[in-house]
Design a protein around this ligand. Structure first.
Ligand SMILES: C[S@@+](CC[C@H](N)C(=O)[O-])C[C@H]1O[C@@H](n2cnc3c(N)ncnc32)[C@H](O)[C@@H]1O
Length: 305
């Protein structure tokens, strides 16, 4: 499936998975060594559908969600019934199968049971997007650390939203105390690993340099650096089409200048025409008077002779 087809399919599925993160997922999932993929929190399948499109031969994909079942505690229950009341496993499966031929492995239950289903040291990518409560996210961090291979990458959703302080606490706690190394952030997600992030960041920056649709910069984070990525508001055209777009821009500017000059010339000629009309009017009013004066002067000079 091509990227535009996949993007169109994703647009039909409700969820919170924005274009900058879609591109970053594609990049992370397209490289690196062989390994399985895990998603904690699938909702209606928006991110799962994209992940499923990047599985390679022999790689497994597991998703874990409560779907319509009860959460393990009252706070988590309040969270899910407030935000995901229309969710059902059937709707997830329908959406996933509208794009892919087979379903991923589904763990229908709380993320706290995921280590009973996914082997340690088996995954190359984990997406943590389930509960936003600290206790659960802390457990998800530990599960991600256990299942990830050495150079595997974990993506955390909602690491900085006002309404999800529990995610922020668990994520930065892992950075400060559990050796988790951030690679990059978007406005929605933080991407990290337990290996050395510097070579990954170098490759990421090279790739970002080729992307007209993504804006990026590098921020200082203590004694390391953090890449920051966002969607460009208006994509900058690149390559041959970029040159054509540049020519078009120049032509449009030229056209605007010419139109302004024409307007100025037209106004000036309208003023001249008005002045001429007024002069003609004055002359025609003065004409008979001047004619009489000339006759009087002529007669006067004849009588003097
Ligand atoms: C933000 S949504 C996931 C969005 C999805 N990744 C996407 O991009 O469309 C969070 C999901 O986590 C699930 N969830 C909440 N608490 C959970 C828990 N303790 N265990 C497993 N799933 C949970 C909810 O049912 C919901 O489907």
């Amino acid at each position: 499936m091509s990227t535009p087809e996949l993007t169109a399919a994703l647009e039909r599925i409700p969820g919170w998975f924005w274009p900058a993160d879609q591109r970053l997922f594609e990049w992370f999932l397209s490289g690196g060594a062989q390994g399985d993929v895990l998603e904690l929190g699938a909702y209606l399948g928006k991110s799962a559908v994209l992940i499923g499109a990047h599985l390679r031969q022999g790689e497994g994909f597991t998703v874990c969600d409560l779907f319509e079942s009860d959460a393990p505690d009252a706070d988590n229950n309040a969270e899910t019934s407030r935000s995901y009341s229309t969710l059902s496993r059937q709707k997830f499966e329908q959406n996933y199968l509208s794009v892919h031929d087979t379903l991923p492995e589904i763990v229908h239950g709380p993320t706290s049971i995921i280590l009973d289903h996914v082997k340690a040291d088996s995954c190359r990518f984990v997406h943590v997007d389930a509960s936003h409560l600290y206790t659960h996210v802390k457990g998800d961090v530990l599960a991600a650390r256990a299942v990830l291979k050495g150079d595997g990458v974990v993506a955390f959703d909602d690491y900085r939203s006002e309404h999800t302080p529990g995610v922020a606490l668990a994520v930065w706690e892992a950075v400060a105390g559990l050796g988790m190394a951030p690679i990059c952030v978007s406005s929605q997600k933080l991407y990290a690993m337990w290996g050395d992030p510097v070579p990954v960041q170098r490759r990421l920056l090279e790739w970002l340099g080729t992307r007209a649709d993504l804006w990026h910069t590098t921020d200082v984070l203590g004694d390391r650096e953090l890449v920051r990525v966002n969607q460009r508001k208006k994509p900058k055209a690149a390559g041959a089409s970029g040159a054509a777009a540049g020519d078009l821009d120049r032509l449009a500017a030229e056209l605007r200048r010419t139109t302004a000059e024409l307007r100025k010339v037209t106004t000036e000629s309208q003023n001249t025409v008005q002045a001429l009309k007024k002069a003609v009017r004055d002359v025609s009013l003065l004409g008979p008077v001047a004619h009489r004066a000339a006759g009087w002067l002529r007669r006067r000079s004849v009588s003097r002779k």
